[in-house]
Ligand binder design. Structure first.
Ligand SMILES: *[C@@H]1O[C@H](CO)[C@@H](O)[C@H](O)[C@H]1NC(C)=O
Ligand SMILES: *[C@@H]1O[C@H](CO)[C@@H](O)[C@H](O)[C@H]1NC(C)=O
Ligand SMILES: *[C@@H]1O[C@H](CO)[C@@H](O)[C@H](O)[C@H]1NC(C)=O
Length: 364
C-alpha cells in the first residue's frame, strides 16, 4: 500500500522535542513500522497546487493522513484523481478540509476517520486562555513591557474581569461543554449556549447554562462569545456583517473552531469599528494563513483586541501524543482488515456517513 502523510515541517524543533509527532520529521511515529511491513510511505509538507508532492502522489495513494493544523485539502478535483484512495485519517479532529459530501454522493469507497477526543481539553484550555487574554487586555500590556514602556492607565482603561460577564458558546459539544465547565469557577453572570440540540438536563444543570435557540438573541445578550462548533455548510460564514450587527457593542469573540466559520473581513471590520472589543483564536482559512490575511493586522482604536496565534491549540505536546497514538490504531485496524475502529472516530465508513453531522459531536 502507498501511504501519503501530509504534515508541517518542524526543522530544528523536531530535535528539541521528540514528542512533536505531527511534523514531517517525526511522521506521527508510524513511518518506520509501515515501511518495515512493506508499505511505501511518502511524508511531505508540500500540499498546495497541482505540482505539489501531495497532489503528485495522490493518484496511487491508498491512505492519506493529515492534520487539521497543516491540512491536505481533499477537494472534489483532487478526489477525482485519487482513484485508489480507501482511507483518510485526520490526526486530530475536524474533517472540513475534505469534501465529504462529494465522497458520499458519488458513493466512493473511502473511509474518513478522526481521533475524536484527542484535542478537547487542549482546545478548551486555549479558549479560556484567549478569553482572559482579551478581556484583561494582556497582549498590549506585554508588548508595552517588551518595548521598555510603562503606561498603566493605557492598559487599565481597556481591561476587565470575566467575573459577572455573560458568556455564550456557539456549540456545546465535547469542546464547548468543557469550556463551560472551566468557566464556572470564574462566577460569570450567566452561561449561555446555542446548539441544534439541548444538552442533557443533568449536564445543563452541572454548569448552570441556559440554552438560547435564536443566534441573534444569543449574541445580543453576551459580553463574550466563543465558537465551538464544527465547520460545515450550515456554519460556514455564520459570523458575518449581518450577525455582527446584533453583537453587544464592545463584546469579545473567541474562535478556535475553524476560520471559515467567520467572514474574515467582517470580523476585522467589527473590531476596528468597535462592535467587538477584540477577537482571538488560532484558526484561519486557508492554512497556513497568507501574509496579508486581515486577521494578522486588525486592532481596535487603542491598538488592542487582537489575540490571534497560528493553529496550535489542539497540537500541544499532550495532544500530539494522543492523536499520534490514535492514528496508529486506525491505520493498524485498516491494514489488519479488522476495521474495528472506535465508533466515535468514524466520519465516513466506505463513503457512508455514520451520523447526520460531523461525527457524534454532541456527546459531552
Ligand atoms: C455586574 O455587572 C453589572 C453590569 O453589567 C453591574 O451593574 C453589577 O453591579 C455587577 N455586579 C457585581 C456583583 O459586580
Ligand atoms: C461594524 O462592522 C460590522 C462588521 O462589518 C458591522 O456588522 C457593524 O454594523 C459595523 N458597525 C458600525 C457601527 O459601523
Ligand atoms: C492509544 O490508543 C489506544 C487504542 O485506540 C487506546 O486504547 C489508548 O488509550 C490510547 N493511549 C493514549 C495515551 O491515548
Amino acid at each position: 500500500m502507498k501511504v501519503v502523510i501530509v504534515l508541517y515541517t518542524a526543522g530544528k524543533h523536531a530535535e528539541d522535542e521528540s514528542r512533536l509527532y505531527g511534523c514531517t520529521e517525526n511522521a506521527l511515529g508510524i513511518k518506520e513500522e509501515l515501511e518495515k511491513a512493506g508499505h511505501t510511505v511518502v511524508v511531505t509538507a508540500d500540499k498546495e497546487g497541482s505540482n505539489s508532492e501531495f497532489e503528485k502522489n495522490l493518484p496511487d495513494a491508498d491512505i492519506v493522513i493529515t492534520t487539521p493544523f497543516h491540512p491536505a485539502y481533499l477537494t472534489k478535483e483532487r478526489l477525482q484523481k485519487a482513484k485508489k484512495l480507501k482511507l483518510v485519517v485526520v490526526a486530530g479532529v475536524g474533517s472540513d478540509h475534505i469534501d465529504l459530501d462529494y465522497i458520499n454522493q458519488n458513493k466512493l469507497d473511502i473511509s474518513v476517520l478522526e481521533v475524536t477526543g484527542s484535542n478537547v481539553v487542549s482546545v478548551a484550555e486555549h479558549v479560556v486562555m484567549t478569553i482572559l487574554i482579551l478581556v484583561r487586555n494582556f497582549v498590549p500590556a506585554h508588548e508595552q513591557i517588551m518595548a521598555g514602556e510603562w503606561d498603566v492607565a493605557g492598559i487599565a482603561k481597556d481591561s476587565f474581569d470575566i467575573e459577572n460577564k455573560t458568556i455564550a458558546t456557539i456549540g456545546a459539544g465535547r469542546i464547548g461543554y468543557r469550556v463551560l465547565e472551566r468557566l464556572v469557577p470564574f462566577n460569570p453572570k450567566e452561561l449561555l449556549y446555542y446548539d441544534y440540540q439541548a444538552l442533557p438536563a443533568e449536564a445543563e444543570k452541572k454548569v448552570g447554562a441556559r440554552r438560547v435557540t435564536d443566534l441573534k438573541e444569543l449574541v445580543a445578550q453576551a459580553d463574550i462569545v466563543t465558537i465551538n462548533c464544527p465547520l460545515h455548510a450550515g456554519s460556514k460564514g455564520l459570523i458575518n456583517k449581518e450577525l455582527l450587527k446584533h453583537f453587544k457593542k464592545g463584546s469579545w469573540l473567541v474562535n478556535t473552531a475553524r476560520g471559515a466559520i467567520c467572514v474574515a473581513a467582517d470580523v476585522a471590520e467589527a473590531v476596528e469599528n468597535g462592535t467587538l472589543r477584540g477577537y482571538g483564536g488560532d484558526v484561519w482559512f486557508p492554512q497556513p494563513a497568507p501574509k496579508d490575511h486581515p486577521w494578522r493586522k486588525f486592532h481596535n482604536q487603542y491598538g488592542a483586541g487582537n489575540a490571534m496565534v497560528p493553529h496550535y491549540s489542539g497540537t500541544v505536546i499532550d495532544a500530539q501524543v494522543r492523536y499520534a497514538n490514535g492514528t496508529k490504531a486506525i491505520v493498524e485496524s485498516f491494514l489488519s482488515g479488522k476495521f474495528d475502529y472506535r465508533p466515535q472516530d468514524i466520519i465516513l465508513l466506505n463513503g457512508q456517513y455514520k451520523t447526520k453531522a460531523y461525527g457524534d459531536d454532541k456527546k459531552v
